[in-house]
Design a protein. Structure first.
Length: 114
């Protein structure tokens, strides 16, 4: 949970035009929130993306949360590894913030932080 909050605190400090970093920070914040949720549900600590996806499936998180996380994962791949032009990532960055808000709200509620 601490790492999720540290990542969340970083997002507003990122330059507005760095859509790649905004997407990446949103993804990793979501990853840490959902790892905290699935760990609290008794799943093993996730040490890689494959394990995180497996824990999310096995924990039977709501489809909207699973889909939001999967969308963030794919956006982060596009932003980090597929070298998309920075200016083309603006819509993805805006969507990433919406998806993160949905995941954060869900996680905080389940973790008793709201």
């Amino acid at each position: 949970m601490r790492q999720a909050q540290l990542n969340a605190d970083l997002i507003p400090a990122l330059p507005l035009e760095r859509f790649d970093w905004q997407i990446t920070a949103c993804f990793y914040t979501s990853l840490h929130w959902l790892n905290a949720v699935t760990w609290r549900m008794g799943k093993p600590e996730a040490r890689n993306h494959t394990q995180t996806f497996q824990n999310i499936r096995e924990a039977r998180l709501p489809p909207t949360i699973r889909d939001a996380y999967e969308d963030l994962y794919h956006s982060s791949i596009l932003a980090r590894y597929e070298c998309a032009l920075l200016e083309t990532l603006e819509p993805d960055a805006l969507e990433a913030k919406v998806l993160l808000a949905e995941i954060s709200l869900y996680a905080k509620k389940l973790l008793g932080l709201n």
